[in-house]
Design a protein around this ligand. Structure first.
Ligand SMILES: *[C@@H]1O[C@H](CO)[C@@H](O)[C@H](O)[C@H]1NC(C)=O
Ligand SMILES: *[C@@H]1O[C@H](CO)[C@@H](O)[C@H](O)[C@H]1NC(C)=O
Ligand SMILES: *[C@@H]1O[C@H](CO)[C@@H](O)[C@H](O)[C@H]1NC(C)=O
Length: 362
């Protein structure tokens, strides 16, 4: 009897681990996520509903077809995923957010339409790879992983949002289509990321530690950002390496909110990055956000901002290559910028004396 029960129990555990769930409609999700292999076929997520994968630890997700999200003004998210040690294989398939239905040039906060986020969130860890996100209504990924997570080979394509429409008064219809908002609690690596013509930050690191952003390509938009840093936010140990920013407003940016207190940005290393074709700044470190080069606050401590190897900026005529606007006493220590090479552009605007090794090669 005991043996029988034990065998039955073992079989139950075995079947939960070994089964393969298949999703071909939203109604399949609940049963499929009881398995640790989840195959997702092409389907349309009904308007106003979320495609939510709350996965068992160690689950492998295989996306086997394109997913389209129905059109409705609501808060979203369109997609979310949680689970530890998850392997998500996008296999090059597309999640189509149908952003053109929502875009009005005004973005997420002040728009006439409510725009759902596409979202990758929660206590997710493991790997997430090879997905294309097309036409996102607003922000795309938010990440707050509690254990190590690597995101690779993800493309966001909002190039259609660069065009004006009947609601956008001549401006690009897409807005606030941030690629990536990070507030992680454990190491995060993002690599092989490609953001085509987004209309906001390529990546925005709002808080977190041990973050590596390497080998990515951002075009259009506001560049690779740390911030906006607000009260209580801590960002530390960030490596931003071998990325290409090929157009848009800014290349690299650290922005802290002028009124913020009890916050810090420390140990940020830039290496091997290339910035060209920007219209605002090559590098902007600004403590006056939301103003640009306004009166800086001094409640966010910035330290250990270094450029190593070769970071090459090719800046168009009339554009400021480097601007640093620190508050009183809030930028600290020596920053070694020997690895920053700038050509072109107008004069730099730097108010911090702790920077060494930086020489323009005009
Ligand atoms: C993660 O999941 C894989 C199966 O996908 C498993 O082999 C591995 O042991 C798990 N690792 C941890 C740390 O749980
Ligand atoms: C900094 O981040 C790297 C990459 O995640 C990690 O290997 C290293 O241990 C971290 N260092 C500290 C001091 O946290
Ligand atoms: C400062 O921020 C940290 C989080 O980074 C928080 O734990 C702490 O309570 C804050 N201190 C004050 C005085 O607000």
């Amino acid at each position: 009897m005991l043996t029988k029960t034990l065998v039955f129990a073992l079989l139950s555990v075995e079947s939960a681990w070994a089964c393969t769930g298949t999703i071909s409609a939203l109604t399949d999700v609940a049963a499929a996520v009881a398995c640790t292999i989840v195959n997702v076929n092409s389907f349309t997520v009904p308007a106003g509903q979320s495609f939510t994968l709350n996965l068992l630890a160690g689950t492998t997700v295989n996306i086997l077809g394109d997913i389209t999200f129905g059109e409705k003004q609501w808060g979203g998210p369109l997609f979310s995923i949680t689970g530890s040690n998850v392997t998500f294989n996008g296999n090059g398939h597309t999640f189509n957010g149908n952003g053109q239905f929502y875009w009005d040039g005004k973005g997420s906060s002040s728009g006439a339409t409510t725009k759902p986020r596409v979202s990758y969130q929660g206590q997710t860890s493991g790997t997430f790879s090879n997905l294309v996100v097309l036409n996102s209504p607003a922000q795309v990924f938010s990440v707050d992983n509690a254990a190590p997570l690597t995101i690779s080979g993800v493309t966001i394509d909002d190039s259609l949002g660069d065009q004006a429409n009947s609601l956008s008064a001549g401006k690009p219809a897409g807005a606030n289509t941030d690629g990536f908002d990070v507030g992680n609690q454990a190491p995060l690596t993002v690599t092989g990321w490609c953001h085509r013509q987004n209309q906001d930050d390529c990546i925005a690191i709002n808080s977190g530690t041990s973050i590596t952003f390497t080998g990515n390509h951002c075009s259009g938009g506001h560049g690779i950002s740390i911030g906006s840093i607000d009260t209580g936010d801590v960002v530390s140990n960030v490596t931003i390496s071998n990325n290409i920013v090929s157009s848009g407003a800014n290349g690299l940016r650290i922005k802290t909110i002028a009124t913020a207190t009890n916050a810090s940005v420390s140990d940020v290393t830039y290496s091997g990055n290339t910035v060209s074709g920007v219209t605002g700044f090559g590098l902007l470190i600004d403590q006056s956000y939301p103003s640009t080069l306004g009166t800086p606050g001094s409640g966010v401590i910035i330290s250990g901002i270094n450029f190593v190897g070769t970071n090459a900026f090719t800046i168009p005529a009339g554009v400021t290559p480097v601007a640093v606007n620190c508050g009183s006493g809030s930028c600290q220590g020596t920053w070694n910028w020997a690895g920053l090479k700038v050509s072109g552009g107008s004069a730099d605007e730097i108010n911090y004396a702790g920077i060494t090794g930086f020489s323009e090669s005009d």
